[in-house]
Design a protein. Structure first.
Length: 332
């Protein structure tokens, strides 16, 4: 898209020969009207021992035909990641030293950033070609939008597509029930960051989800139809190996936004994550599912109606467990 014009000082060169008044007017208009600098992105790449994926992640950034400031916050990797970073020279800003975890690393990068639009891309995730072009266009055409998010898909460790991320149109009430915004496909303006600050460094798993909820009180979220990113699922990914902990942290975090009692969808999600830890058949799955439900019953003093709703979903949850192949799922 053409850059937007802004009024600048008259830049007529004395070496030009002007032959008519019409020429003077035309050149005066053309040279007194300059162009705004292009929208600049800043992407923070938190990483720790992700050499197997880091280069592909960085290359997915550099194929974007937009102005991008790349800030890599490495937590002191020992697997060859530093050697990969050195290859990029001054194309990236990076450091490698122990940090306080993912949220702390991202916040450190955000403080260094200078871009108009901010985001972070985990070192095992990818942007699709043209992603930033779509985002820039959405921001330029919607000045009131503070956050733009698009569609995404899950891929495995080798890059094979597992399925679509369940993105939805924005509704704040629905966002409390499920995180339908895929983190690598979400971008926000600098003014939003300046108003709401960085990520909650007390969170290990739900730091992005809490950020969306915090901003949703007053910012406009704009969904766009394009597919922007790929979220990688592999055995070492937190979203795959730590499901019970993820759900427990989500429940505690959601208490802030739901008057102390999270939506039933998340209570069922916790029960399901307990069942997913088993390798046995339906009977063992049901036993662990009910154990998780009983924890929630005591913690939130659930009534018979709420317990019945969660139990009603038990067999369906077991069927999902058998189909999902590597953790592609969501809380419904």
């Amino acid at each position: 898209m053409p850059r937007k014009p802004i009024t600048q000082g008259l830049l007529l060169s004395t070496s030009f020969r002007i032959s008519s008044r019409r020429s003077i007017i035309a050149i005066g208009i053309a040279t007194s009207v300059g162009y705004a600098r292009p929208m600049r992105f800043s992407v923070i790449v938190p990483s720790f021992n992700q050499a197997a994926y880091l280069q592909k992640t960085l290359e997915s950034i550099f194929i974007q035909r937009e102005a991008v400031e790349v800030i890599v916050e490495d937590g002191g990797s020992t697997d060859g990641s530093v050697e990969i970073l050195k290859r990029y020279g001054n194309r990236i800003i990076w450091r490698s030293s122990p940090d306080g975890g993912q949220a702390g690393a991202i916040n450190g990068g955000l403080k260094k950033s200078t871009g108009d639009v901010l985001c972070f891309l985990n070192s095992d995730d990818l942007w699709l070609p043209g992603a930033l072009n779509h985002v820039r266009g959405a921001f330029e055409e919607n000045a009131d939008a503070g956050i733009v998010y698009g569609h995404a898909e899950f891929v495995d460790k080798d890059g094979a597509v597992l399925g679509a991320y369940p993105t939805e149109p924005f509704r704040r009430k629905r966002l409390l029930e499920t995180c339908f915004i895929c983190q690598p496909a979400c971008f926000w303006r600098r003014r939003v960051y300046e108003r709401w600050g960085g990520l909650d460094e007390k969170l290990d798993y739900t730091l992005d989800y809490e950020y969306w909820l915090r901003m949703s009180w007053a910012e406009k979220f704009l969904p766009i139809p394009q597919k922007l990113a790929q979220s990688r699922l592999h055995e070492a990914a937190k979203s795959v190996k730590d499901k019970v902990r993820i759900h427990m942290e989500a429940l505690t975090m959601l208490e802030r936004y739901c008057n102390g009692i999270p939506p039933l969808q998340w209570l069922r999600g916790y029960a399901r994550s307990c069942g997913d830890e088993t390798t046995g058949g339906f009977r063992e799955y049901a036993r662990q599912y009910c154990r998780g439900l009983d924890e929630m019953r005591r913690r939130y003093r659930l009534g018979a109606k709420e317990i019945a709703w969660v139990l009603w979903k038990l067999r369906g949850s077991y069927k999902i467990k058998g189909l999902k192949n590597g953790g592609v799922e969501r809380v419904r």
